[in-house]
Design a binder for this molecule. Structure first.
Ligand code: HEC
Ligand code: HEC
Length: 350
């Protein structure tokens, strides 16, 4: 073998090794269904995701610079809001719903508890414009971003020039939302044959398959549909859920089936945050009669779950916690990106 050949082979090996160290931007787990989101409409790039991440953490997006997306969606709690049952926005205003956990959004056909939003690219408009959330106008926000040196750098990196538009802003935020994939829980390892459930978890998994999987279906732990799970309406909030959108009385009190992934950390639970812990949720399913007729073959209340069953079921639910997702440094406050972009903008100004 010639020396040149060996050298060439060595270089190829180095290149392959280097490339495989580069993390792909979005990984759909092989056993999952195809994502609903059309990535051709908004092709992911590292610099757009970085811009979206900075925007997500920036209180500049609210009218009084007090509230960022992350104020209500914290990475350590699967991007849910755990201090309050109902969301808190600018001027201490209180919203009417519990901030849901954010993950695996590329697979969702509609967003919000009632499905009011159909496209992830438009989702961020809702909290930005909402008077009790961020209370800002998109037009005004683009002007604020345009006059910030750091965003000139970040928009140029992402889009090739410094122009800030509403569409660019929303698409960048959507890109950050899309990469929030949670698929590395103990449950996933068990399904891949890498580890095993304990006996108790296995019993809990069977109970889940029997009683819960009709709506909270594997592998996403939601069927992405609207359903009524038997709760009485809160008389103060009087939230009719899906009926608000369709006007159909059959949809009254129907809400989007939330995922059970990372359910351990995304308390409080339900659209209005009425339950503080999973024990209270399981008590509802196993001791309450339905407040209204259920008319759903997937659920009849109360479910026949003994206190021991509930403990087993809880043990299974805890296997859905994904620490790699919750503590992923790529999802946390983007300190380094902000520092670098700020430094770069100062250099350009000189
Ligand atoms: C004041 C608290 C608050 C702020 C700030 C906020 N959100 Fe939310 N978010 C909520 C609440 C509450 C809901 C559920 C609203 C509903 O169902 O009507 C929600 C829903 C969502 C959803 C839908 C998730 C799903 O599975 O249906 C996404 C995505 C989202 N928010 C992203 C964002 C982004 C991006 C920002 C910043 C631009 C943001 N949120 C700012 C409270 C907030
Ligand atoms: C008929 C469909 C259906 C079945 C079956 C069902 N659920 Fe639900 N579940 C829902 C809906 C809809 C909600 C949201 C209701 C709301 O917000 O008012 C929900 C909410 C939850 C929540 C709160 C999630 C959050 O993020 O706030 C948990 C936990 C939960 N269910 C667990 C279970 C368990 C455990 C079972 C089986 C014992 C089960 N569910 C069976 C439809 C169902």
């Amino acid at each position: 073998m010639s020396k040149q050949f060996l050298l060439a082979a060595f270089i190829v090996i180095l290149l392959v090794a280097f490339r495989s160290r580069e993390k792909p931007l979005f990984v759909a787990p092989p056993s999952w269904p195809q994502p609903h989101y059309d990535f051709n409409e908004n092709p992911l790039t590292a610099s757009k995701i970085a811009l979206g991440r900075v925007l997500f953490y920036d209180p500049l997006l609210s009218a009084d610079s007090s509230t960022s997306c992350s104020s209500c969606h914290s990475s350590y709690t699967a991007f849910a809001h755990t201090d309050h049952a109902l969301s808190h926005g600018i001027h201490d205003s209180i919203g009417t719903r519990n901030a849901p956990a954010l993950m695996n959004l590329a697979w969702k056909k509609s967003l919000m508890w009632d499905g009011a939003v159909h496209h992830l690219d438009l989702q961020a408009l809702a909290p930005i414009a909402h008077p009790a959330e961020m209370g800002e106008e998109l037009q005004h926000l683009t002007l604020k971003l345009q006059s910030t040196g750091m965003y000139n750098v970040l928009f140029k990196n992402a889009f090739g020039d410094t122009l800030v538009t509403g569409e660019r802003t929303l698409k960048a935020i959507a890109q950050f939302m899309l990469v929030l994939v949670s698929a590395q829980s103990k449950y996933d390892s068990v399904m891949q044959g890498k580890t095993q459930f304990t006996l108790q978890e296995k019993k809990g998994y069977r109970l889940y398959q029997q009683h819960c999987s009709g709506c909270h279906a594997e592998p996403l732990f939601t069927n992405d549909e609207f359903a009524y799970n038997g709760l009485p309406a809160d008389p103060k909030l009087n939230d009719s859920g899906r009926m608000k959108i369709t006007g159909d009385p059959k949809d009254s009190l129907h809400f989007k089936v939330p995922t059970l992934r990372n359910i351990e950390v995304s308390y409080p639970y339900m659209h209005d945050g009425r339950f503080m812990n999973l024990t209270a949720v399981l008590k509802h399913y196993s001791t309450s009669a339905s407040a209204l007729p259920l008319n759903n073959p997937k659920l009849s209340l109360p479910l026949p779950l003994t206190p021991a069953d509930r403990v087993d079921l809880l043990a299974f639910l805890l296997t859905l916690t994904d620490k790699n997702f919750l503590f992923n440094p790529d999802f946390a406050y983007p300190k380094k990106i902000i520092e670098q972009a700020t430094k770069e903008s100062e250099r350009l100004r000189k």
